[in-house]
Design a protein around this ligand. Structure first.
Ligand SMILES: [Zn+2]
Length: 161
C-alpha cells in the first residue's frame, strides 16, 4: 500500500511505495514524517470506515519501528496520530508488518508472527521515551506513573485478617 505524504511546509505531495519505504526514506531521526522535497514535516491523511457505519479520520505524523528477536522480516511499529494536519500528537496506532521479500515472499500486514505486536522491555521503554519526546506523555505524567507503580509495589500485602 502506498502512502501519500503532504508537506506541512511547502504543501507538496510525495509518495512512499510501502511501509518499509515510508520508515526508511520518509522520516526524520525522531520518526516524524518528512517531505523529501524540502525536509519539512509531513503528514499522511487516512480515513477508515468503522463497523458501526462511522468513519475514523486521522493524520499519520510519525512512524516508529521496533527491533525484535525476529529480525528485519517481522517488524512491529507504531503510527503517532493527530486529528488535524498539524495538530497535537494524541494517539498511538499499533501495527505490524512482515517483509519476506528477501526470501522470495511478500511484504504484508498479517497475523501470527507479524500479527499483533510483541514488545520486549527495551521496546516498551523506547516507546515511552518517544511518547514523551513527542508530547503524548509529559515528564510529569511519567513521574506520576512511576510514583503510582512504586506505591503499588511497596504496599504491604494484606494477610486476610
Ligand atoms: Zn516540503
Amino acid at each position: 500500500m502506498a502512502y501519500f505524504l503532504t508537506c506541512n511546509r511547502c504543501k507538496e505531495t510525495t509518495k512512499a511505495w510501502e511501509i518499509v519505504d515510508l520508515i526508511t526514506e520518509h522520516t526524520h531521526d525522531d520518526g516524524m514524517l518528512k517531505c523529501t522535497k524540502c525536509d519539512g514535516e509531513a503528514h499522511v491523511y487516512q480515513v477508515s470506515q468503522t463497523q458501526d457505519g462511522g468513519k475514523w479520520e486521522r493524520y499519520i505524523r510519525a512512524v516508529i519501528a521496533f527491533k525484535t528477536q525476529f529480525g528485519d522480516a517481522y517488524v512491529p511499529y507504531v503510527f503517532l496520530l493527530s486529528y488535524t494536519p498539524n495538530g497535537k500528537l494524541q494517539d498511538v496506532h499499533f501495527n505490524y508488518y512482515k517483509d519476506l521479500r528477501a526470501s522470495g515472499g511478500r511484504l504484508k500486514h498479517g497475523h501470527g508472527p507479524g500479527g499483533a505486536p510483541v514488545f520486549g522491555k527495551g521496546g516498551i521503554l523506547r516507546l515511552l521515551e518517544h511518547l514523551a519526546e513527542h508530547g503524548i506523555l509529559s515528564p510529569s505524567e511519567l513521574t506520576a506513573l512511576a510514583g503510582k507503580v512504586e506505591r503499588k509495589t511497596r504496599k504491604p500485602r494484606r494477610t486476610g485478617d
